[in-house]
Design a protein around this ligand. Structure first.
Ligand SMILES: Cc1cc2nc3c(=O)[nH]c(=O)nc-3n(C[C@H](O)[C@H](O)[C@H](O)COP(=O)(O)OP(=O)(O)OC[C@H]3O[C@@H](n4cnc5c(N)ncnc54)[C@H](O)[C@@H]3O)c2cc1C
Length: 411
Protein backbone atom coordinates (compact mmCIF):
# COMPACT_ATOMS: atom_id res chain seq x y z
CA UNK A 1 0.00 0.00 0.00
CA UNK A 2 1.36 3.41 -0.88
CA UNK A 3 1.62 5.94 1.93
CA UNK A 4 2.30 9.09 -0.08
CA UNK A 5 0.62 12.18 1.35
CA UNK A 6 -1.76 12.74 -1.53
CA UNK A 7 -2.42 10.20 -4.24
CA UNK A 8 -4.50 10.80 -7.36
CA UNK A 9 -6.82 8.06 -8.46
CA UNK A 10 -5.98 6.26 -11.69
CA UNK A 11 -9.66 5.59 -12.40
CA UNK A 12 -9.73 7.50 -15.72
CA UNK A 13 -13.43 6.78 -16.01
CA UNK A 14 -12.81 3.03 -16.27
CA UNK A 15 -16.05 1.05 -16.22
CA UNK A 16 -16.72 -1.63 -13.60
CA UNK A 17 -19.57 -4.12 -13.48
CA UNK A 18 -20.38 -5.49 -10.02
CA UNK A 19 -22.56 -8.58 -9.59
CA UNK A 20 -24.46 -8.50 -6.27
CA UNK A 21 -26.14 -5.64 -4.38
CA UNK A 22 -26.00 -6.64 -0.73
CA UNK A 23 -23.01 -5.48 1.33
CA UNK A 24 -19.68 -5.94 -0.47
CA UNK A 25 -21.15 -4.88 -3.86
CA UNK A 26 -22.64 -1.49 -2.89
CA UNK A 27 -19.69 -0.72 -0.57
CA UNK A 28 -17.31 -1.34 -3.46
CA UNK A 29 -19.51 0.76 -5.76
CA UNK A 30 -19.44 3.64 -3.27
CA UNK A 31 -15.65 3.77 -3.18
CA UNK A 32 -15.15 3.16 -6.89
CA UNK A 33 -17.51 6.00 -7.75
CA UNK A 34 -15.75 8.26 -5.26
CA UNK A 35 -12.42 7.46 -6.92
CA UNK A 36 -13.77 8.25 -10.42
CA UNK A 37 -14.86 4.89 -11.87
CA UNK A 38 -18.13 4.41 -13.78
CA UNK A 39 -20.02 1.70 -11.91
CA UNK A 40 -22.92 -0.59 -12.82
CA UNK A 41 -24.35 -3.04 -10.28
CA UNK A 42 -26.58 -5.92 -11.24
CA UNK A 43 -28.65 -7.79 -8.68
CA UNK A 44 -30.55 -11.03 -9.23
CA UNK A 45 -33.36 -10.02 -6.85
CA UNK A 46 -36.02 -7.46 -7.76
CA UNK A 47 -34.89 -5.00 -5.09
CA UNK A 48 -32.42 -4.55 -2.27
CA UNK A 49 -33.64 -6.83 0.50
CA UNK A 50 -34.57 -5.24 3.85
CA UNK A 51 -34.99 -7.01 7.19
CA UNK A 52 -33.08 -10.21 7.86
CA UNK A 53 -30.93 -11.64 10.60
CA UNK A 54 -28.56 -9.45 12.63
CA UNK A 55 -24.99 -8.97 11.42
CA UNK A 56 -22.01 -7.21 12.98
CA UNK A 57 -19.51 -4.57 11.97
CA UNK A 58 -16.29 -4.71 13.92
CA UNK A 59 -12.80 -3.28 14.13
CA UNK A 60 -11.47 -2.25 10.72
CA UNK A 61 -14.98 -2.43 9.25
CA UNK A 62 -16.11 0.32 11.64
CA UNK A 63 -13.18 2.41 10.44
CA UNK A 64 -14.35 1.96 6.84
CA UNK A 65 -17.96 2.72 7.80
CA UNK A 66 -16.79 5.94 9.50
CA UNK A 67 -15.00 6.97 6.30
CA UNK A 68 -18.26 6.41 4.42
CA UNK A 69 -20.09 8.76 6.80
CA UNK A 70 -22.15 5.92 8.22
CA UNK A 71 -21.31 6.26 11.93
CA UNK A 72 -24.48 8.10 12.93
CA UNK A 73 -27.02 5.90 11.07
CA UNK A 74 -25.20 2.78 12.23
CA UNK A 75 -25.31 3.90 15.83
CA UNK A 76 -29.00 4.58 15.41
CA UNK A 77 -29.60 1.14 13.89
CA UNK A 78 -27.50 -0.68 16.52
CA UNK A 79 -29.69 -3.30 18.14
CA UNK A 80 -27.59 -3.45 21.29
CA UNK A 81 -27.80 -7.11 22.25
CA UNK A 82 -27.10 -7.39 25.95
CA UNK A 83 -27.29 -11.03 26.89
CA UNK A 84 -26.79 -14.54 25.58
CA UNK A 85 -28.14 -17.29 27.81
CA UNK A 86 -27.13 -20.90 27.29
CA UNK A 87 -29.77 -23.38 28.44
CA UNK A 88 -29.86 -27.17 28.47
CA UNK A 89 -32.22 -29.14 26.25
CA UNK A 90 -35.01 -28.80 28.80
CA UNK A 91 -34.62 -25.01 28.91
CA UNK A 92 -32.78 -24.84 32.27
CA UNK A 93 -30.37 -21.82 32.22
CA UNK A 94 -26.71 -22.83 32.52
CA UNK A 95 -24.85 -19.54 32.01
CA UNK A 96 -25.56 -15.99 30.81
CA UNK A 97 -22.94 -13.69 29.30
CA UNK A 98 -22.71 -10.44 27.43
CA UNK A 99 -22.46 -11.22 23.69
CA UNK A 100 -18.99 -9.66 23.49
CA UNK A 101 -17.65 -12.42 25.74
CA UNK A 102 -18.30 -14.79 22.84
CA UNK A 103 -17.80 -12.51 19.84
CA UNK A 104 -14.83 -10.46 21.01
CA UNK A 105 -16.64 -7.30 19.92
CA UNK A 106 -16.05 -3.91 21.54
CA UNK A 107 -18.85 -2.50 23.67
CA UNK A 108 -19.72 1.04 22.59
CA UNK A 109 -17.80 0.85 19.32
CA UNK A 110 -18.81 -2.16 17.20
CA UNK A 111 -22.38 -2.33 15.93
CA UNK A 112 -24.94 -5.02 15.26
CA UNK A 113 -27.90 -4.39 12.99
CA UNK A 114 -30.32 -6.26 10.72
CA UNK A 115 -28.51 -7.19 7.52
CA UNK A 116 -31.20 -5.51 5.42
CA UNK A 117 -30.79 -2.26 7.33
CA UNK A 118 -27.12 -2.11 6.35
CA UNK A 119 -27.93 -3.11 2.78
CA UNK A 120 -30.52 -0.32 2.62
CA UNK A 121 -28.07 2.25 4.03
CA UNK A 122 -25.47 1.26 1.42
CA UNK A 123 -28.06 1.38 -1.36
CA UNK A 124 -29.21 4.86 -0.29
CA UNK A 125 -25.60 6.00 -0.30
CA UNK A 126 -25.04 4.86 -3.89
CA UNK A 127 -28.38 4.85 -5.72
CA UNK A 128 -27.89 8.29 -7.31
CA UNK A 129 -24.31 7.79 -8.42
CA UNK A 130 -24.23 4.17 -9.51
CA UNK A 131 -26.32 2.48 -12.16
CA UNK A 132 -28.41 -0.30 -10.57
CA UNK A 133 -30.05 -3.07 -12.60
CA UNK A 134 -32.32 -5.42 -10.67
CA UNK A 135 -33.66 -8.81 -11.83
CA UNK A 136 -30.41 -9.28 -13.68
CA UNK A 137 -27.65 -11.86 -13.63
CA UNK A 138 -24.53 -12.57 -15.69
CA UNK A 139 -25.16 -15.43 -18.13
CA UNK A 140 -21.67 -15.52 -19.67
CA UNK A 141 -18.49 -13.45 -19.78
CA UNK A 142 -15.51 -13.41 -22.09
CA UNK A 143 -12.34 -11.52 -21.40
CA UNK A 144 -10.59 -9.79 -24.28
CA UNK A 145 -7.51 -7.64 -24.42
CA UNK A 146 -9.60 -4.49 -23.98
CA UNK A 147 -12.30 -5.51 -21.56
CA UNK A 148 -14.84 -8.11 -20.53
CA UNK A 149 -17.78 -8.86 -22.82
CA UNK A 150 -20.77 -9.74 -20.67
CA UNK A 151 -24.06 -11.38 -21.68
CA UNK A 152 -26.90 -10.94 -19.21
CA UNK A 153 -29.71 -13.42 -18.61
CA UNK A 154 -32.26 -10.99 -20.12
CA UNK A 155 -30.49 -11.26 -23.48
CA UNK A 156 -28.69 -7.89 -23.27
CA UNK A 157 -24.91 -7.44 -23.58
CA UNK A 158 -22.28 -5.01 -22.37
CA UNK A 159 -18.54 -4.43 -22.29
CA UNK A 160 -16.76 -3.37 -19.09
CA UNK A 161 -13.13 -2.72 -18.23
CA UNK A 162 -13.44 -4.83 -15.09
CA UNK A 163 -15.99 -7.22 -13.56
CA UNK A 164 -16.25 -7.89 -9.81
CA UNK A 165 -18.24 -10.74 -8.28
CA UNK A 166 -19.86 -9.66 -4.99
CA UNK A 167 -22.60 -12.25 -5.31
CA UNK A 168 -22.18 -14.11 -2.06
CA UNK A 169 -21.42 -17.60 -0.79
CA UNK A 170 -22.90 -19.29 -3.86
CA UNK A 171 -21.34 -16.76 -6.24
CA UNK A 172 -22.38 -16.93 -9.87
CA UNK A 173 -19.29 -14.99 -10.97
CA UNK A 174 -17.01 -17.45 -9.14
CA UNK A 175 -18.73 -20.37 -10.83
CA UNK A 176 -18.48 -18.81 -14.30
CA UNK A 177 -14.84 -17.77 -14.00
CA UNK A 178 -13.15 -20.10 -11.51
CA UNK A 179 -15.32 -23.24 -11.47
CA UNK A 180 -17.87 -24.98 -9.25
CA UNK A 181 -18.26 -24.11 -5.58
CA UNK A 182 -17.12 -27.50 -4.26
CA UNK A 183 -13.60 -26.74 -5.51
CA UNK A 184 -13.34 -23.81 -3.12
CA UNK A 185 -15.49 -24.55 -0.10
CA UNK A 186 -14.61 -25.92 3.26
CA UNK A 187 -17.74 -27.65 4.49
CA UNK A 188 -17.57 -28.21 8.24
CA UNK A 189 -20.37 -30.78 8.24
CA UNK A 190 -23.22 -28.69 9.61
CA UNK A 191 -26.31 -27.15 8.16
CA UNK A 192 -28.82 -24.73 9.58
CA UNK A 193 -32.46 -23.78 9.18
CA UNK A 194 -33.63 -20.27 10.05
CA UNK A 195 -36.99 -18.53 10.08
CA UNK A 196 -38.82 -15.80 11.99
CA UNK A 197 -41.69 -15.93 14.45
CA UNK A 198 -43.72 -13.32 16.33
CA UNK A 199 -41.94 -12.51 19.58
CA UNK A 200 -44.23 -14.22 22.06
CA UNK A 201 -41.27 -15.37 24.14
CA UNK A 202 -40.89 -12.30 26.36
CA UNK A 203 -37.27 -11.72 25.33
CA UNK A 204 -35.60 -8.58 23.98
CA UNK A 205 -32.00 -7.53 23.20
CA UNK A 206 -30.91 -11.12 23.77
CA UNK A 207 -30.31 -14.60 22.49
CA UNK A 208 -31.11 -17.95 24.06
CA UNK A 209 -29.09 -20.96 22.92
CA UNK A 210 -29.78 -24.60 23.76
CA UNK A 211 -27.28 -27.36 22.98
CA UNK A 212 -27.04 -31.06 22.69
CA UNK A 213 -23.82 -32.54 21.27
CA UNK A 214 -23.63 -31.39 17.65
CA UNK A 215 -27.03 -29.69 17.81
CA UNK A 216 -28.14 -26.18 18.63
CA UNK A 217 -31.42 -24.30 18.84
CA UNK A 218 -31.29 -20.51 19.01
CA UNK A 219 -33.90 -17.88 19.71
CA UNK A 220 -32.69 -14.39 18.95
CA UNK A 221 -34.60 -11.19 19.72
CA UNK A 222 -32.85 -8.23 18.05
CA UNK A 223 -33.52 -5.11 20.12
CA UNK A 224 -37.19 -4.67 20.98
CA UNK A 225 -38.28 -6.36 17.79
CA UNK A 226 -41.70 -7.92 17.59
CA UNK A 227 -40.06 -10.75 15.64
CA UNK A 228 -37.73 -13.46 16.89
CA UNK A 229 -35.19 -15.32 14.73
CA UNK A 230 -35.16 -19.08 15.20
CA UNK A 231 -32.18 -21.20 14.13
CA UNK A 232 -31.67 -24.94 14.19
CA UNK A 233 -28.13 -26.26 13.59
CA UNK A 234 -27.31 -29.89 13.06
CA UNK A 235 -24.58 -32.13 11.73
CA UNK A 236 -25.08 -33.24 8.13
CA UNK A 237 -22.77 -34.48 5.38
CA UNK A 238 -22.50 -32.12 2.37
CA UNK A 239 -25.91 -31.60 0.81
CA UNK A 240 -26.57 -32.94 -2.66
CA UNK A 241 -27.82 -30.23 -5.01
CA UNK A 242 -31.28 -31.84 -4.81
CA UNK A 243 -31.29 -31.71 -1.00
CA UNK A 244 -30.13 -28.09 -1.20
CA UNK A 245 -33.28 -27.19 -3.16
CA UNK A 246 -35.77 -29.51 -1.48
CA UNK A 247 -37.56 -27.78 1.41
CA UNK A 248 -39.65 -30.89 2.12
CA UNK A 249 -36.42 -32.80 2.75
CA UNK A 250 -34.99 -29.95 4.82
CA UNK A 251 -38.04 -29.59 7.09
CA UNK A 252 -38.18 -33.37 7.59
CA UNK A 253 -34.47 -33.54 8.38
CA UNK A 254 -34.70 -30.91 11.12
CA UNK A 255 -37.98 -32.24 12.51
CA UNK A 256 -36.61 -35.77 12.86
CA UNK A 257 -33.27 -34.64 14.29
CA UNK A 258 -34.91 -32.56 17.04
CA UNK A 259 -37.98 -34.78 17.61
CA UNK A 260 -37.09 -35.85 21.15
CA UNK A 261 -36.10 -32.42 22.46
CA UNK A 262 -38.08 -30.75 25.25
CA UNK A 263 -38.26 -27.02 26.10
CA UNK A 264 -39.90 -24.91 23.36
CA UNK A 265 -38.64 -27.14 20.59
CA UNK A 266 -41.88 -29.07 19.80
CA UNK A 267 -43.63 -25.70 19.24
CA UNK A 268 -40.73 -24.40 17.15
CA UNK A 269 -40.84 -27.52 14.98
CA UNK A 270 -44.57 -27.01 14.40
CA UNK A 271 -43.76 -23.44 13.32
CA UNK A 272 -40.95 -24.68 11.07
CA UNK A 273 -43.37 -26.98 9.26
CA UNK A 274 -45.36 -23.98 7.99
CA UNK A 275 -42.70 -21.23 7.91
CA UNK A 276 -42.88 -19.39 4.58
CA UNK A 277 -39.49 -17.70 5.08
CA UNK A 278 -37.40 -20.81 5.72
CA UNK A 279 -33.71 -20.25 5.03
CA UNK A 280 -31.65 -23.43 4.87
CA UNK A 281 -27.98 -23.79 4.02
CA UNK A 282 -24.71 -25.42 4.93
CA UNK A 283 -22.12 -23.82 7.20
CA UNK A 284 -19.14 -23.28 4.91
CA UNK A 285 -16.09 -21.21 4.34
CA UNK A 286 -14.86 -20.19 0.90
CA UNK A 287 -11.12 -20.48 0.38
CA UNK A 288 -9.88 -19.28 -3.00
CA UNK A 289 -6.27 -19.84 -4.10
CA UNK A 290 -6.54 -16.42 -5.78
CA UNK A 291 -9.16 -13.69 -5.68
CA UNK A 292 -8.81 -12.61 -9.30
CA UNK A 293 -8.21 -13.81 -12.81
CA UNK A 294 -7.41 -11.33 -15.56
CA UNK A 295 -9.91 -8.48 -15.42
CA UNK A 296 -12.28 -10.26 -13.03
CA UNK A 297 -12.06 -10.35 -9.24
CA UNK A 298 -14.15 -11.47 -6.28
CA UNK A 299 -14.97 -9.65 -3.03
CA UNK A 300 -16.89 -10.47 0.17
CA UNK A 301 -18.47 -13.88 0.69
CA UNK A 302 -17.90 -14.73 -2.98
CA UNK A 303 -14.14 -14.68 -2.34
CA UNK A 304 -13.76 -15.53 1.35
CA UNK A 305 -16.99 -16.30 3.20
CA UNK A 306 -15.85 -17.07 6.76
CA UNK A 307 -19.21 -18.62 7.92
CA UNK A 308 -21.57 -17.04 10.40
CA UNK A 309 -19.89 -18.90 13.27
CA UNK A 310 -17.07 -16.34 13.03
CA UNK A 311 -19.44 -13.34 13.00
CA UNK A 312 -17.06 -11.57 10.61
CA UNK A 313 -18.46 -12.03 7.08
CA UNK A 314 -19.95 -8.57 6.87
CA UNK A 315 -16.81 -6.93 8.17
CA UNK A 316 -14.62 -8.84 5.70
CA UNK A 317 -16.95 -7.75 2.88
CA UNK A 318 -16.87 -4.07 3.82
CA UNK A 319 -13.12 -3.96 4.40
CA UNK A 320 -12.38 -6.07 1.31
CA UNK A 321 -14.47 -3.72 -0.83
CA UNK A 322 -12.61 -0.67 0.50
CA UNK A 323 -9.18 -2.19 -0.06
CA UNK A 324 -10.09 -3.41 -3.56
CA UNK A 325 -11.47 -0.01 -4.65
CA UNK A 326 -8.50 1.80 -3.13
CA UNK A 327 -5.93 -0.41 -4.82
CA UNK A 328 -7.74 0.00 -8.16
CA UNK A 329 -7.54 3.75 -7.66
CA UNK A 330 -3.85 3.55 -6.83
CA UNK A 331 -2.84 1.37 -9.80
CA UNK A 332 -3.45 2.09 -13.47
CA UNK A 333 -2.86 -1.60 -14.12
CA UNK A 334 -5.70 -3.80 -12.86
CA UNK A 335 -3.39 -6.82 -12.44
CA UNK A 336 -1.18 -4.86 -10.04
CA UNK A 337 -4.26 -3.56 -8.21
CA UNK A 338 -5.76 -7.04 -7.78
CA UNK A 339 -2.42 -8.40 -6.57
CA UNK A 340 -2.12 -5.59 -4.01
CA UNK A 341 -5.73 -6.13 -2.88
CA UNK A 342 -5.00 -9.79 -2.28
CA UNK A 343 -1.71 -9.07 -0.51
CA UNK A 344 -3.45 -6.74 1.96
CA UNK A 345 -6.64 -8.69 2.52
CA UNK A 346 -5.53 -12.35 2.53
CA UNK A 347 -3.88 -12.33 6.01
CA UNK A 348 -6.91 -10.51 7.43
CA UNK A 349 -9.18 -13.13 5.88
CA UNK A 350 -7.02 -16.00 7.15
CA UNK A 351 -7.01 -14.66 10.70
CA UNK A 352 -10.79 -14.20 10.71
CA UNK A 353 -11.38 -17.62 9.11
CA UNK A 354 -9.36 -18.97 12.02
CA UNK A 355 -12.10 -17.92 14.45
CA UNK A 356 -14.32 -20.70 13.06
CA UNK A 357 -12.95 -23.46 15.29
CA UNK A 358 -13.56 -21.36 18.39
CA UNK A 359 -17.04 -20.48 17.16
CA UNK A 360 -17.83 -24.12 16.60
CA UNK A 361 -16.49 -25.11 20.03
CA UNK A 362 -18.41 -22.41 21.84
CA UNK A 363 -21.65 -22.41 19.85
CA UNK A 364 -22.06 -26.06 18.78
CA UNK A 365 -19.93 -28.25 21.09
CA UNK A 366 -19.76 -31.83 19.86
CA UNK A 367 -19.87 -33.81 23.14
CA UNK A 368 -21.51 -33.54 26.57
CA UNK A 369 -18.05 -32.95 28.06
CA UNK A 370 -17.42 -30.12 25.59
CA UNK A 371 -20.77 -28.51 26.48
CA UNK A 372 -19.89 -28.65 30.21
CA UNK A 373 -16.41 -27.33 29.51
CA UNK A 374 -17.84 -24.46 27.42
CA UNK A 375 -20.30 -23.56 30.17
CA UNK A 376 -17.55 -23.54 32.81
CA UNK A 377 -15.30 -21.39 30.61
CA UNK A 378 -18.12 -18.92 29.96
CA UNK A 379 -18.97 -18.71 33.66
CA UNK A 380 -15.36 -17.73 34.38
CA UNK A 381 -15.23 -15.35 31.41
CA UNK A 382 -18.49 -13.71 32.47
CA UNK A 383 -17.11 -13.07 35.96
CA UNK A 384 -13.84 -11.69 34.59
CA UNK A 385 -15.48 -9.43 32.04
CA UNK A 386 -17.94 -8.12 34.64
CA UNK A 387 -14.96 -7.08 36.77
CA UNK A 388 -12.93 -5.64 33.87
CA UNK A 389 -14.82 -5.32 30.59
CA UNK A 390 -12.43 -5.41 27.63
CA UNK A 391 -12.46 -2.32 25.44
CA UNK A 392 -10.00 -3.67 22.91
CA UNK A 393 -11.93 -6.38 21.08
CA UNK A 394 -10.35 -9.28 19.22
CA UNK A 395 -7.10 -8.55 17.46
CA UNK A 396 -8.31 -10.31 14.28
CA UNK A 397 -11.05 -7.69 13.81
CA UNK A 398 -8.64 -4.75 13.70
CA UNK A 399 -5.36 -6.08 12.35
CA UNK A 400 -5.19 -3.95 9.19
CA UNK A 401 -3.59 -0.54 8.96
CA UNK A 402 -5.83 1.31 6.52
CA UNK A 403 -4.27 4.75 7.04
CA UNK A 404 -2.47 4.72 3.67
CA UNK A 405 -5.78 4.87 1.79
CA UNK A 406 -6.93 8.09 3.47
CA UNK A 407 -4.90 10.20 1.08
CA UNK A 408 -6.47 8.96 -2.16
CA UNK A 409 -8.39 11.67 -3.94
CA UNK A 410 -10.61 11.42 -6.99
CA UNK A 411 -8.97 12.52 -10.23
C1 LIG B 1 -27.97 -17.00 9.17
C2 LIG B 1 -26.80 -16.11 8.96
C3 LIG B 1 -26.29 -15.37 10.03
C4 LIG B 1 -25.20 -14.55 9.84
N1 LIG B 1 -24.73 -13.84 10.89
C5 LIG B 1 -23.70 -12.99 10.71
C6 LIG B 1 -23.20 -12.22 11.80
O1 LIG B 1 -23.67 -12.32 12.92
N2 LIG B 1 -22.17 -11.38 11.54
C7 LIG B 1 -21.62 -11.23 10.31
O2 LIG B 1 -20.72 -10.42 10.12
N3 LIG B 1 -22.05 -11.97 9.28
C8 LIG B 1 -23.07 -12.83 9.45
N4 LIG B 1 -23.51 -13.57 8.40
C9 LIG B 1 -22.79 -13.49 7.12
C10 LIG B 1 -23.14 -12.27 6.32
O3 LIG B 1 -24.52 -12.26 6.03
C11 LIG B 1 -22.33 -12.31 5.02
O4 LIG B 1 -20.96 -12.50 5.32
C12 LIG B 1 -22.48 -11.00 4.25
O5 LIG B 1 -23.83 -10.79 3.95
C13 LIG B 1 -21.65 -11.08 2.97
O6 LIG B 1 -21.98 -9.99 2.15
P1 LIG B 1 -21.78 -10.08 0.57
O7 LIG B 1 -22.25 -8.77 0.05
O8 LIG B 1 -20.42 -10.55 0.27
O9 LIG B 1 -22.73 -11.27 0.10
P2 LIG B 1 -24.29 -11.47 0.31
O10 LIG B 1 -24.79 -10.67 1.45
O11 LIG B 1 -24.54 -12.93 0.31
O12 LIG B 1 -24.92 -10.83 -1.01
C14 LIG B 1 -24.80 -11.39 -2.26
C15 LIG B 1 -25.75 -10.64 -3.19
O13 LIG B 1 -25.58 -11.13 -4.51
C16 LIG B 1 -26.86 -11.37 -5.07
N5 LIG B 1 -26.72 -12.42 -6.08
C17 LIG B 1 -26.58 -13.75 -5.90
N6 LIG B 1 -26.48 -14.36 -7.07
C18 LIG B 1 -26.52 -13.41 -8.02
C19 LIG B 1 -26.47 -13.44 -9.43
N7 LIG B 1 -26.39 -14.58 -10.10
N8 LIG B 1 -26.54 -12.27 -10.11
C20 LIG B 1 -26.68 -11.08 -9.44
N9 LIG B 1 -26.76 -11.00 -8.09
C21 LIG B 1 -26.68 -12.16 -7.40
C22 LIG B 1 -27.71 -11.79 -3.90
O14 LIG B 1 -29.09 -11.66 -4.17
C23 LIG B 1 -27.22 -10.83 -2.83
O15 LIG B 1 -27.89 -9.60 -2.89
C24 LIG B 1 -24.59 -14.42 8.56
C25 LIG B 1 -25.10 -15.16 7.48
C26 LIG B 1 -26.18 -16.00 7.68
C27 LIG B 1 -26.71 -16.77 6.51
Amino acid sequence: MSTALSQKSHANGRSVLISGASIAGPALAYWLHRYGFAVTIIERAGAVRGGGYPIDLRGNAMEVADRMGLSAPLEEAHIDSRLVTFVDDSGKPMVSVRPEVITGGRIGRDVELPRGRLTTLLYELTRNTVSYRFNSSIAALTETEHGVDVSFDDGTHGRFDLVIGADGLHSNTRKLVFGPEHLFDRNIGFCFAGFELPNTFGISHEGVIANRPGQMVTLYAPGNSERVHVFFNLAHPPLTSEQGRDQVYQRKLVTEAFADWGWLVPDLLRALAVADDLYFDEIKQIKMPQYSQGRIALVGDAAYAPSFLTGTGTSLGLVGAYVLASELALHADHGAAFAAYERVVRPFVAANHGILEEGLASIIPLTHEAIDQRNRALTTAAATSAEAPSAAGRIEHSMLDLSGYLSISAQ
